[in-house]
Design a protein around this ligand. Sequence first.
Ligand code: SF4
Length: 253
Amino acid sequence: MTLDFNHRPSIAERINAAVDAALEAERAATPPRDYLGASRLGQSCERALQFEFAHAPKDEGQEFSGRSLRIFAIGHALEDLAIKWLRAAGIDLVTRKRDGGQFGFSVAGGRIRGHVDGIVMGAPAATGLRTPALWECKTMNAKNWRETVAKGVTVAKPVYAAQIALYQAYMEATVPGLSTNPALFTAINKDTAELHHELVPFDAELAQRMSDRAVRILRGTHAGELLPRVAQNRDFFECRFCPWAERCWSLPG
Ligand code: SF4
């Protein structure tokens, strides 16, 4: 008998490689955003946002893996379930315009845009919801979900809080009342199926700060100026997970 020391891919490895290749090809064929997404503006590093907006190539090996793409897709599928559940509870949740398009806004000549998960147009009195209210939904693993429940979305997930504030501000013209009524934030625990809901009052100061930041990024990019780093050294937490870290730290200043 001859021993074969070469690893033969298992059925799981072979199928997963095919799935990942298909997802990665689909992603590669999707044109990149040509606008600043309001959902990203709360990200703490303006330079990273600038790289993203300018489509700076990510460092080697930093493109989204098939697994990351599956995580995003599962999140979207779970959000669709949350819509069904809230509607079953008697909440009038509108997620599409009459023409089927998503609700959203586009400002600064289309260079800043956002798409909202939904708008609560009516709700049973027992829920205590004031309507119309912006609805934002996220899926999280158990650890992040527990932290969000314990601290509230504003403290636990400031990027989401920034997104909510911006959406409330920019959607007010389309749906009057969205910035006077608190938004409804829903978080789904992917591990346990628990649901968290919380009201998020409009934070005008946060919306203004994020809007000013968007303008800085657009101006800086237009003028070819690199915005400042979030950190003084590369060991900083955000930098360790940044897909442009090589690029960023190889540039002067
Ligand atoms: S490496 Fe750090 S400072 Fe540079 S863009 Fe990324 S997060 Fe910002």
